[in-house]
Write a protein that binds this ligand. Sequence first.
Ligand code: IMP
Length: 435
Amino acid sequence: MVNSIFIGMQWGDEGKGKHIDAAARGHKLVARYQGGANAGHSVNIVPPEVLASGDEKEINDKKYKFALHLIPSGILSPGVMNVIGNNVVAYPPSFLKEVDGLRARGVEVSPQNLAVSDRAHLTLLYHQVLDSIEGGGVGTTNRGIGPTYADKARRTTAIRMCDLFDLKSLEEKVREGTKYANHLISYYDPSGKSAVPFEKVWGELLQARERMLPFIHKDIAGLILENNGSLLFESAQGTMLDVDNGTFPFVTSSNPTRGGAYTGTGVWIDFQEVYGILKAYTTRVGNGPLPTEQVNEAGERLRKRGGEFGTTTGRPRRCAWQDLCVADYAIKVNGINGICLTKLDVLDEELTIPVCIGYNIDGKRVDYFPVTELHKVEPVYIQMRGWMKDISRARKPSDLPREAREYISFIERTLKTPIKEVGVGQRRDQIVYFS
Ligand code: IMP
């Protein structure tokens, strides 16, 4: 029994959901510690008998695909407790929509397997409106994430889950929050057309409140510690989107990195397994630097083969080659001791695979991970030989072509960190484990 944490090493969308889901069954409690419904974890679960039938059409049917946004990936594993930590932000209507959507598909979701911290903050309608007005420069998901965290940091108009218990003071808080948000909204749109009426915000919250209450837990730290030794913490987004350690200001407003796991749940625990999730290439959505970006045919190929469109917003993702400078930085920031390399099969048809192993700035190699200069680095690549074979049926390392194993061991050697799992397809069973 171990405590594990899974952290995205790039700009999110590394394919965390599948690997976390596969690991969740071996743990008693899964916790989300930051972010909100801006995340999108895709999990594809095909029953063993359907897999055994070999019927490709049935195996790939969308009824086996789940997209989770706020609820931890452990919800798909019966018997696993799921926790939404204090540094997660939740918009009640989307939380309930996700609960209902899962229940409609036969997944059990109840206070017996899902608990929300009473310290978690609420996103309200006006946060979303504000985000859609001011988030354009960053290219946010428009889920109200930034404005909710801004309210939290400002402290005066923030609303938490615990506030839902006292209806009278809640109304006062929501009234004040709406007033302040409308003040900000009028800064961007003085016409008043974008203003959000209090009645709309309040009506929406009242409708959700009764159903939210049973999920709110008053001792999340106690609940987590009761399961110490069998915990799985999952990050949303990735290291490069961390508000403190990522490519600021083109980041999200929370800490997906390991430090965020402690503050975001309120407990100090030892993680024996610190998994970094690294896609075999790189993507990002939204604006900001992406040194190995390919705005060309290669980028198009990766987008098409990798299905690189946002789970939450449907936006096409920007595609790029593997960047080991980013990966190395993520290892330092998080103390990663094992890597899950995801979506390796997407590279099946690449004759040569460029891998970035360093950056030059003004013709000189840099030996640190740059901040503002990231916009102007020139990546230094080595070319790896591709395998030009379908690897989706590989289940053990020896099933992989020699070139694929070389790609894996090159990354391990360069990063001085073992690769423990390799994803070769979307489904739960398409993982090659390395001992
Ligand atoms: P926000 O989190 O909606 O404020 O968006 C801030 C930045 O993070 C934008 O560039 C988003 O595209 C990006 N982002 C937020 N959540 C995710 C995610 O789950 N995957 C990838 N990018 C994300």
